[in-house]
Ligand binder design. Structure first.
Ligand code: AMP
Length: 390
C-alpha cells in the first residue's frame, strides 16, 4: 500500500510532513537532529510544526497549488495525522515517495474501514456493527448488546464523536447527538487496562516493536503512559507480535500505533490503529535508544531502523490546557521539584481545556516510581494556586 518509488535519501535531503501539530513538530526536530532539512504543509503560520520547520507551505492540504509547491520541496513525504485527504496523498505519491502509503491512511481514517480491515484479517477486536441509519442502530443493539459505544466513522479523536448507549430508549438521542452520520456501534468492553504498541516498519519489511505502554485516560484523553507496561511477558509478547502483524497486513512503511484493551482474562482486543507516532510513544524521545519520531524519519528516508529498546523505564503525563486556567503554570517549581523531569511544550497559542499543550517525561528504574514522580511534577505546576491535578 506504500508508494512504490524506491527511497534512499541521506541527510541533508529535504523531508516533508503533512500537518502542523505537535507530532509534526517532533518529527521535524528528529529529522533536523539527523541533518535533514524538514518542512511542513500546514493550515496556518503559528502551528507547532511550522515554528520549527526549515520551510513551510501554508494552505489547506487538498489545494492543488499547495500540493505542487509541497512536492517541489519535499523529497519524501509523511503525515502526522490520519485525517489527510486520501486523494491528495494519492496525487502526491505519483510525484514523491509517500510513507505511510495513501491506502494505509485511507483505511485508518475511517472506523468502518478500519473495523472491516480488522475483521477481514481476523485481528481480535470488540464485536461491532456498521450504523448508517437509525434502523441499523436498532439491529446493532441486538447484535452487539448493551451497553455499546456509538462512534462516528470519521473525524473522531480523543473521545470526540462518540457516545455510550446504555438502554435501547437512548438510541434515538444518541443517533441525533452524533449528527446522523455514518457510525460504528461497538460493544462496551469492561477492560482491565489499556495498552499500546508502537511499531516501525521499513520498505524492506524489517520491523521493530517498542516496549508496551500502559495508558490511563481521563475524560477519553490520554493522561499518562508508563513503559514498560506491567502486563507480564505473555501479554507483552502477544501485543508486540499482533502489532507487527497489523503493520504487515497494512503493508505499512512508517510508524504504526496499535491501541488495545486488555480484558480481565488477559485477552487483547484492538481498539484503534494510527499509522503514525502516538502520544503514548512520546516518552521514547528520552527513554528509548531510537525515538518513535526518529524511526519515522528512518522509514521515510530509507535508512535502516534503529533499535527500539528502552534505556530505562519511564512515565509521561500530558499537559492539557486546563493547567492554564488561572494563568501560566509554574515551570520552575515543577523542574526544581525533580531534576530528572523533562519538559516538552509544543508552542501552542491559546490553552483551552482538553487541548494538548505539552508533556512531561521522567526515567526511573521503577516504572511506577516514574509515574509518581512525573505526576508530582505536574501537581507542582499549579500547587501554589492550590488546584493541582494528580
Ligand atoms: P477511542 O477514541 O476509540 O480510542 O476511545 C477513547 C477512549 O474511550 C478509549 O481509550 C477508552 O478509554 C474509551 N472507549 C472507547 N471505546 C470503548 C469501548 N468499546 N469499551 C469501553 N471503553 C471504550
Amino acid at each position: 500500500m506504500s508508494s512504490g518509488l524506491p527511497v534512499s535519501l541521506d541527510p541533508p535531503a529535504s523531508l516533508g510532513v503533512i500537518g502542523g501539530g505537535q507530532l509534526g513538530r517532533m518529527f521535524i526536530q528528529a529529522a533536523q537532529r539527523m541533518g535533514y532539512r524538514a518542512g511542513v504543509l500546514a493550515a496556518s503560520e503559528d502551528e507547532p510544526a511550522v515554528q520549527v520547520a526549515d520551510w513551510a507551505v501554508i494552505a489547506p492540504s487538498d489545494r492543488l497549488s499547495a500540493l505542487h509547491s509541497f512536492a517541489d520541496q519535499a523529497e519524501a513525504i509523511t503525515v502526522e495525522f490520519e485525517n489527510v485527504s486520501a486523494p491528495a496523498l494519492r496525487w502526491l505519491s505519483g510525484k514523491r515517495p509517500v510513507r505511510p502509503g495513501w491506502k494505509t491512511v485511507w483505511v485508518s481514517q475511517n472506523r468502518l474501514r478500519e473495523k472491516s480491515f480488522l475483521t477481514r484479517h481476523k485481528i481480535p477486536h470488540a464485536p461491532w456493527r456498521p450504523v448508517r441509519s437509525e434502523p441499523e442502530l436498532a439491529l446493532a443493539i441486538r447484535a452487539v448488546g448493551l451497553p455499546l459505544v456509538l462512534k462516528t466513522a470519521s473525524s473522531g479523536y480523543d473521545g470526540k464523536g462518540q457516545v455510550r448507549v446504555e438502554r435501547a430508549e437512548d438510541a434515538h438521542s444518541a443517533w441525533l447527538s452524533l449528527g446522523q452520520v455514518a457510525c460504528v456501534a461497538e460493544a462496551w468492553v469492561d477492560f482491565e487496562s489499556e495498552i499500546s504498541v508502537v511499531v516501525a516498519r521499513g520498505a524492506d519489511g524489517a520491523a521493530q516493536a517498542f516496549p508496551v505502554g500502559l495508558n490511563r485516560h481521563r475524560s477519553h484523553i490520554l493522561d499518562s503512559t508508563v513503559m514498560p507496561a506491567p502486563v507480564g511477558p505473555i501479554v507483552t509478547l502477544e501485543a508486540q507480535t499482533l502489532a507487527l502483524s497489523v503493520a504487515q497486513a497494512l503493508e505499512l512503511v512508517g510508524v504504526l500505533t496499535v491501541e488495545y484493551f486488555v480484558t480481565a482474562t488477559g485477552d487483547l482486543l484492538v481498539n484503534e490503529l494510527a499509522p503514525r507516532p502516538h502520544n503514548s510513544g512520546h516518552l521514547t524521545i528520552e527513554a528509548a535508544t531510537t525515538s518513535q519520531f526518529e524511526q519515522q524519519v528512518r522509514t521515510l528516508s530509507g535508512l535502516p531502523l534503529g533499535t527500539s529498546d528502552l534505556i530505562r523505564p519511564a512515565a509521561m503525563v500530558n499537559l492539557l490546557g486546563d493547567l492554564w486556567a488561572d494563568g501560566e503554570p509554574d515551570w520552575s517549581s515543577a523542574l526544581r521539584s525533580d531534576g530528572g523531569i523533562k519538559l516538552h511544550l509544543y508552542g501552542k497559542k491559546g490553552a483551552s481545556p482538553g487541548r494538548k499543550m505539552g508533556h512531561l517525561t521522567v526515567l526511573d528504574p521503577d516504572p511506577e516510581m516514574a509515574l509518581d514522580r512525573v505526576q508530582a511534577a505536574r501537581r507542582a505546576l499549579t500547587a501554589r494556586r492550590g488546584n493541582g491535578s494528580p
